[in-house]
Design a protein around this ligand. Structure first.
Ligand SMILES: *[C@@H]1O[C@H](CO)[C@@H](O)[C@H](O)[C@H]1NC(C)=O
Ligand SMILES: *[C@@H]1O[C@H](CO)[C@@H](O)[C@H](O)[C@H]1NC(C)=O
Ligand SMILES: *[C@@H]1O[C@H](CO)[C@@H](O)[C@H](O)[C@H]1NC(C)=O
Ligand SMILES: *[C@@H]1O[C@H](CO)[C@@H](O)[C@H](O)[C@H]1NC(C)=O
Ligand SMILES: *[C@@H]1O[C@H](CO)[C@@H](O)[C@H](O)[C@H]1NC(C)=O
Length: 436
């Protein structure tokens, strides 16, 4: 299973890293030409295909989270569980399970998905189950998985099904695998008929004072807003700002000679490890914006007054994620992952985080074939950056080759980085785990 593969590949990387220090290279943990699931039996799989509930050409992985736990009985071993989402954007039917863990068949070396926490939670039309889980955020300190469910399905088609409302669901992945919270957004905050909740980041408020998640910040791509959820009161509110949450002249992205117009608004979102600023970006723009978290935490703030343009990224990106040092993002026109070195720029510019601008942008990984459209990203306690590549420019234009002639379409990579998750606490003692 995935766990064993991971441990093996990790120790190889660690050894190489320590002994020879060559340019750091990553690993492909999983790859897929088409997605497939672990089914109760072949009959069920065939029934899903016959009824149109499983159409492989409509299935794409997008979001990723990992739970990386150190095995305290064997200090060198790391256990990882990888979660992925399979969005229901392009049609109302065809995706059998939206939230999944990833595993490997040891016999065939093929990767497959297993519905998380089970098949019951994937029942479409049952509004208490997950409908369209788009993205997740893992709290590495508790193993709680925060999942945003758009509610609507087929959202990029002309006949979206709006039967279920949007919600935020939290699973306890280390103990019960049950939901410990399921919050339905009121229509006045997130519209049940037009939303596209897209990405989520978590706020402890004070990293020194403990690790309880106090707020979640969520982008809503279609209604161009940032939604705030307050866990201490179970209430939500939202902010709109057209200048920073829309698209601009950079919405045309050229990938390997073909230009795609990607008119998708606010999407990637991440807090930095200071918990003082939230950063976000639209797919149809290269601009990165910042807003102080004190503004978000107050329901009636003058959001637009405090938004600041931090700079222009190397290229358009989808998901983004902060470590303690860098912001990691896909550079879609370059089939690459880049990092903005925030710490370097703070030092070079001699300013505070509220004034810093993007100067130091460096490539972390690049491959024109295997890294087309970098999407979901996360940083494990193993100090690895995990990310998904998904060829979304082909998937969304119906031009993806599922025959295998163009190789795998979806991949899960892991790269060792000299950094740790923005949610990794300064005093938590998780830092000493690995390399060094
Ligand atoms: C198994 O699959 C992985 C990618 O998922 C690949 O990197 C590896 O080379 C494969 N191993 C074998 C023995 O084919
Ligand atoms: C296949 O699995 C389904 C769901 O668990 C079950 O209802 C059905 O009886 C099984 N069919 C066979 C032939 O085993
Ligand atoms: C694993 O692969 C073998 C050989 O291809 C196959 O018989 C088996 O059903 C697969 N198991 C799963 C869970 O997909
Ligand atoms: C919020 O919801 C959770 C889960 O339903 C519940 O345990 C908690 O008591 C609620 N908090 C408040 C302040 O209502
Ligand atoms: C983007 O591409 C479209 C279609 O090719 C074109 O009409 C439009 O002028 C382009 N916009 C920009 C800002 O380059």
């Amino acid at each position: 299973m995935g766990t064993q593969i991971l441990m093996t590949s990790f120790s190889v990387v660690a050894c190489v890293f320590l002994s020879f220090a060559p340019p750091v290279s990553g690993e492909i943990l999983h790859e897929f030409i088409t997605l497939d699931w672990e089914w109760p039996n072949d009959t069920t799989r065939q029934q899903y295909i016959d009824s149109g509930d499983f159409v492989p050409e409509l299935c794409q992985i997008s979001g990723i989270e990992v739970d990386t736990i150190r095995d305290f009985y064997s200090a060198s071993e790391i256990r990882s569980r990888i979660f992925v989402t399979v969005p229901k954007m392009r049609s109302v039917k065809g995706v059998p399970a939206g939230l999944n863990t990833v595993h490997k068949n040891e016999t065939s070396n093929e990767s497959f998905l297993r519905p998380y926490p089970n098949w019951e939670w994937q029942k479409q039309g049952d509004c208490s189950a997950l409908q369209f889980p788009m993205s997740m955020a893992m709290d590495p300190n508790t193993g709680y998985l925060y999942v945003i469910d758009v509610g609507r399905v087929g959202v990029t088609t002309s006949n979206a099904d709006n039967s279920c409302p949007p919600k935020l669901v939290v699973f306890d992945t280390r103990r019960s695998n049950d939901a410990i919270l399921s919050y339905v957004f009121p229509d006045s905050v997130v519209s049940a008929t037009s939303n596209f909740l897209n990405d989520i980041t978590l706020d402890y408020v004070d990293p020194e004072a403990g690790n309880r998640v106090r707020y979640a910040y969520i982008t809503d791509t279609f209604d161009k807003q940032i939604v705030v959820f307050d866990f201490s009161t179970n209430t939500s509110w939202s902010f709109q700002d057209l200048n920073s949450m829309g698209t601009d002249g950079d919405r045309n992205i050229t990938i390997q000679g073909t230009t795609y117009t990607m008119d998708f608004a606010v999407n990637g979102i991440s807090l930095s490890s200071s918990f003082n600023y939230l950063y976000y970006s639209s797919v149809g723009s290269r601009k990165l914006f910042q807003v102080p978290t004190w503004v978000l935490r107050k329901e009636k703030s003058d959001f637009s007054k405090y938004v600041r343009l931090v700079g222009t990224k190397k290229s358009n990106s989808d998901a983004i994620i902060f470590g303690h040092r860098n912001l990691y993002f896909g550079a879609l026109a370059y089939d690459a992952v880049y990092r903005w070195d925030l710490v370097e720029d703070l030092n070079l510019q001699g300013v505070s985080e509220g004034e810093v601008t993007i100067q130091t942008q460096l490539p972390l990984a690049q491959n024109w074939e295997t890294m087309q459209w970098v999407d979901g990203m996360t940083i494990g306690f193993d100090n690895q950056l995990y990310f998904i590549t998904e060829r979304a420019q082909l998937f969304h234009t119906g031009t993806m080759d599922f025959s295998g002639k163009q190789g795998a379409n979806f991949r899960i990579f892991t790269y060792p980085i000299a950094d740790k998750s923005y949610l990794s606490l300064p005093k938590a003692g998780h830092d000493s785990v690995i390399v060094g």
